[in-house]
Design a protein around this ligand. Structure first.
Ligand SMILES: [Zn+2]
Length: 481
């Protein structure tokens, strides 16, 4: 009989803060696409004798992220030196927080597939600086050092080993991203490198209390990669144990193309870094007043938004949940709902047409070309019977390209709905005369024929006929025959 295993997952998430300058110097953080080492100074390149100075904005942003993840913010915290040598780190230590992190004891609630809520605890969040980057040459057997990224402000979020499947890890990350994005302190984009995640995975026989030996997997560049790497690691560890081997504590690298993890190095313990206090930076001390000010600036988070949307706009809870995942999406919805004065229709358009386009183009709502006011206007045109739903979809597609006001497009392309009953009646009579077989079908009780005949009439009006009116007139006329 094979043993049943329980999976234990903890995540370490690095998140880059969107400040204008680096964490300990005044170098600009806007180096994307700029020349290597063009955004550096003696401090962030580790010259001896330079003094680091904590960026107040980085601290404020870090605290906001801490509150978003329901953490206690410590009034006193401290930076430490994490000693290690690597060519992208000329100081030979990383300035980080070890003994006294600025935030602890947080949590994220995730909704499982059976709609139950599971709380994933967050051990701590600490502030630290990023390292530079090594650029490996394609042509020569050489590597170059680019220190533009050195001393970029980071927070590292360490979860408790509370997750029991790759799905839970995926949901945790999705919620974490959403919450931090709501605060605006980071882009939290794995693609852009402003969100990075390492996964600690171990397995143990079900019922056993002690944890199994864990591995840490790095080089995960999307949420999907995180889930796949965890799945792979679970299987690898099971195979290893069942064939009589032992899992060793090590750092492994995920190869996304091959779908496997590979050993990178045997894991260092905290002892190996010989942490000691960074005495060049005064201890951080935040007052109640400062914390209260930051609390006042916190946004309305998804949970509060969901209940407000349900109450204020009378939309289903499912709609409210989808619309509140991203703050920009929620803002977009509110503008469309207010402009159109029809929240349910606003929600329907966003949940179907808008999200379809976002998925097709792999973009987020901030890159969506239709201005929410114009989408609101489009819904108004449907509600006031100026255009039909079908025509509205055509106008929507035109708006995608040029984002002009829908009214202009409707006028220019002559799309105004025909509501004049005498005009529609003439069309119906023509359709009845041209389709005797369908008329006979209807007379023989095949009501499906109605759909076909209305379709023909819609075709004749180039989609501009009002389908309800056409339907009504058709039935009247058929019943007179
Ligand atoms: Zn600098």
């Amino acid at each position: 009989m094979s043993i049943e295993y329980e999976v234990v997952i903890g995540l370490e998430v690095h998140c880059q803060l969107k400040t204008n300058t680096k964490i300990f110097c005044n170098c600009s953080t806007d180096y994307d696409g700029k020349a290597p080492n063009s955004h550096t100074c003696p401090a962030c390149t580790g010259h001896p004798g330079t003094l680091p100075k904590l960026n107040k904005k980085a601290l404020e942003y870090a605290i906001k992220a801490g509150y978003a993840l329901n953490c206690n913010i410590n009034k006193y915290s401290r930076f430490d030196k994490k000693n290690y040598f690597y060519p992208d780190n000329p100081k030979a230590f990383q300035t980080s927080q070890f003994e006294m992190p600025y935030a602890e004891h947080g949590y994220i609630d995730i909704k499982l597939d059976d709609n139950s809520v599971k709380r994933i605890n967050i051990t701590r969040i600490h502030m630290e600086e990023d390292a530079g980057k090594l650029v490996h040459s394609d042509i020569a057997d050489e590597s170059y050092v680019d220190l533009n990224r050195a001393s970029m402000p980071l927070i590292e979020i360490v979860s408790e080993p509370d997750m029991r499947s790759s799905e839970e890890a995926y949901k945790f990350l999705t919620k974490l991203k959403s919450l931090i994005k709501y605060t605006g302190v980071s882009d939290v984009s794995m693609e852009l490198g402003s969100l990075r995640c390492d996964a600690n995975v171990s397995i143990r026989p079900k019922g056993q209390k002690e944890f199994g030996t864990r591995t840490e997997t790095k080089n995960l560049n999307s949420f999907k990669a995180v889930a796949r790497a965890i799945e792979h690691e679970i299987e690898r560890q099971k195979d290893l144990i069942e064939s009589g081997g032992k899992v060793i504590q090590e750092t492994r690298l995920w190869d996304d193309n091959k779908g496997v993890t590979k050993s990178m190095r045997v894991k260092e313990d905290a002892d190996d870094y010989r942490y000691f206090p960074e005495v060049d930076i005064p201890m951080i001390c935040v007052t109640d007043e400062e914390l209260n000010k930051i609390k006042m600036e916190m946004p309305e988070f998804p949970e509060e938004k969901i209940s407000r949307f349900v109450k204020e706009y009378s939309i289903p809870i499912y709609d409210a949940e989808v619309l509140s995942t991203e703050k920009d999406m929620a803002d977009y919805f509110e503008i469309v709902a207010k402009k159109s004065n029809n929240a349910k229709s606003a929600s329907n358009w966003i949940m179907t047409e808008v999200i379809r386009v976002l998925n097709e183009k792999s973009i987020e709502i901030d890159k969506f070309t239709i201005n929410p006011n114009n989408l609101g206007e489009l819904i108004k045109l449907i509600d006031s019977n100026v255009i039909s739903n079908n025509i509205a979809k055509k106008v929507f597609n035109t708006m995608l390209d040029d984002n002009r006001e829908p009214e202009l497009i409707v006028k220019e392309q002559g799309l105004i709905q025909i509501t004049d009953e005498s005009e529609l009646e003439k069309i119906i009579i023509d359709i009845i005369n041209a389709n005797p077989a369908s008329v006979a079908d209807y007379k023989n009780g095949k009501t499906k024929a109605i759909g076909f005949l209305v379709g023909q009439a819609m075709k004749m009006t180039k989609g501009k006929g009002n389908p309800q009116t056409l339907n009504k007139i058709l039935i009247e006329k058929l019943n007179q025959i």
